[in-house]
Ligand binder design. Structure first.
Ligand code: F6P
Length: 535
């Protein structure tokens, strides 16, 4: 039974809304604050600004223990077919643990993944050493990654984060949407003769990928380059893209037992990241993921960081009624983790029924999530979160400063990094404490929850821990809500309607009525019929 029908938690949530439990009072309780500060898996999680007392967290972890979610997580890592609707195992964790055999349908998934990883490292080395050249005999200087959703977002989040700490061998350029503006913008700085193209698609049936691949193929051909010498496919074994013939130079496999949005540590991510940063950095990234996976699977409920974060999501969403949470990394290199989390969290947990088909009332469904970096968010949507409709904020901070050289530019003897942290902590306290002095329009109610996730550094190992933490937290919310966090059937309807509309647009089938006609005509004429621009 999902966790959101618990009477005791319901009563506690009503109690927590009483003035006596305003965060202004709760933060006075040093013991409580110390009890809600956690360290595990190489990360730190500070929950003392959550609208909860120790009794709430104890009750939540008891519920998690009763429901055996840690055992379910271990079952997932052991290769059980936990993706019930697609009858698949879920083994993104095996991609970063090549030495631990995991058997699926009589095959050792970890060994299959390890074989691909060795092939990836050899290919990246050869590209870096100039042993692999373009059809015109040039060394490759850039990598164009054609892929969308899970075949882009996780890789891009890790790539942008690692650039802050690790030198780049071959810069990555990402192309996903079907919008031709993107093709133009992403290729105009590239030289086709020195561009290696990775076409990344688990299914190799995604429309955007097929169309962008065609546009890139023409772009290469028109520049006198033999496209198949510049193209590599990354796809699920047996997909339509799992063929070399004269289409591409090579194919690197990912597998059906790895979900797109969980695939950044499979070939989907490790091939582009190895070309960008090399084997050593990628191995450290995978080690960080692996260490967080071990923590997520083995740490007891009350010390398990991804599970505690998941329990906070259940508490904030289902008991305190927040419709969304906001992820705000106070580290510019982590900007794309907000976009990755949007897909990871909402494509996994945006479900209206439990595994047994029980409808979930809208107010009990998982929260939406969005995000941006700090301090930019302070000058963007924080006004709403301070005085308007509030939402739990997930701050992410990094202890180690990026640039030692960054001297005191603040005039207060503070480095910019310390200035950044003073803002993060000030915002977290401003949400909690609010403001009671001043003119009415200046007052803030406070009692707005937030948590602070802290990484020691932005190196490859910690970025691996962060990625695996967000994946495990998402899976734990799914297990606690008794939903399937691994399928995404809801995305199909829009694709089917788009396929039908294409037939109308192409005149293959007669028009489907007024609403579409209006836009079709406007597209063709460049204006809507009664909006003809005045000459
Ligand atoms: O449409 C949603 C989706 O299927 C995502 O789940 C996936 O990450 C993305 O499209 C891309 O899919 P593929 O890697 O098969 O091209």
């Amino acid at each position: 039974m999902p966790i959101f029908h618990d009477k005791k938690l319901k009563n506690l949530s009503l109690k927590m809304k009483e003035p006596a439990f305003h965060l202004r009072s709760l933060l006075q309780d040093k013991e409580r604050c110390a009890a809600l500060f956690y360290e595990g898996g190489g990360l730190y999680l500070d929950l003392c600004r959550q609208n909860m007392n120790s009794e709430v967290m104890v009750t939540l972890t008891e519920k998690a223990r009763e429901r055996g979610v840690r055992q379910s997580f271990q079952d997932m890592m052991a290769g059980l077919k936990v993706n019930a609707s697609e009858k698949r195992a879920v083994l993104h964790t095996a991609a970063r643990n090549p030495g631990a055999p995991v058997w699926v349908d009589g095959n050792d998934a970890a060994a299959m993944l390890a074989t691909v990883l060795r092939k990836i490292f050899a290919f990246a080395d050869a590209a870096h050493n100039g042993e692999i050249l373009g059809s015109a005999g040039n060394r490759f200087s850039h990598v164009l990654v054609v892929g969308i959703g899970g075949s882009r977002l996780g890789t891009e989040a890790v790539y942008e984060a690692l650039k802050a700490r690790h030198p780049v061998w071959l810069p990555l350029v990402f192309l996903s949407t079907i919008d031709p503006n993107a093709f133009y913008l992403q290729t105009r700085e590239l030289n086709p003769k020195t561009t290696l193209v990775l076409v990344v698609s688990k299914s190799f049936t995604t429309r955007e990928v097929a169309m962008n691949q065609k546009m890139v193929r023409n772009w290469l051909k028109n520049s006198g380059v033999e496209p198949s010498d510049h193209m590599i496919h990354v796809t699920a074994k047996g997909s339509p893209g799992d063929c070399k013939q004269d289409i591409c130079r090579d194919v690197f496999h990912m597998f059906e037992f790895i979900g797109g949005r969980y695939s950044a540590s499979s070939a989907v991510g490790t091939l582009p990241l190895s070309l960008a940063f090399g084997k050593d950095v990628v191995e450290r990234f995978l080690a960080g993921c692996r260490e967080m996976d071990a923590h997520a699977a083995q740490a007891p409920e009350e010390k398990n960081l991804p599970l505690l974060a998941a329990l906070c999501d259940i508490w904030n969403g289902e008991y305190l009624g927040f419709p969304a949470f906001v992820m705000v990394p106070y580290a510019a290199p982590l900007l794309f983790f907000s976009f990755h989390m949007q897909q990871l969290y909402m494509e996994s947990l945006g479900k209206g029924q439990t595994l047994s088909g029980q409808p979930i009332p809208p107010e009990k469904q998982a929260m939406l999530c969005f995000g941006h970096i700090g301090t930019d968010a302070q000058h963007s949507f924080f006004q709403m979160l301070h005085q308007g409709r509030g939402a739990p904020v997930e701050f992410i901070g990094v202890l180690n400063s990026p640039l030692e050289a960054c001297a005191d530019v603040s005039g207060h003897g503070l480095t910019p990094h310390e200035e950044l942290w003073s803002n993060l902590l000030a915002q977290a306290d401003a949400f909690a404490l609010g403001r009671r002095e001043g003119r009415p329009e200046q007052l803030c109610p406070g009692n707005r929850p937030s948590s602070i996730l802290t990484l020691r550094d932005l190196d490859a190992n910690h970025i691996g821990r962060l990625l695996a933490y967000l994946e495990a937290r998402t899976v734990y919310v799914g297990l606690l809500k008794d939903i399937n966090p691994f399928d995404q059937f809801g995305v199909e309807n829009g694709k089917t309607l788009a396929a039908d509309l294409r037939k109308h647009f192409s005149g293959e089938v007669p028009s489907s009525g007024e609403r579409v006609e209006t836009y079709l005509n406007a597209l063709r004429q460049g204006f809507f019929r009664d909006q003809e621009p005045k000459r």
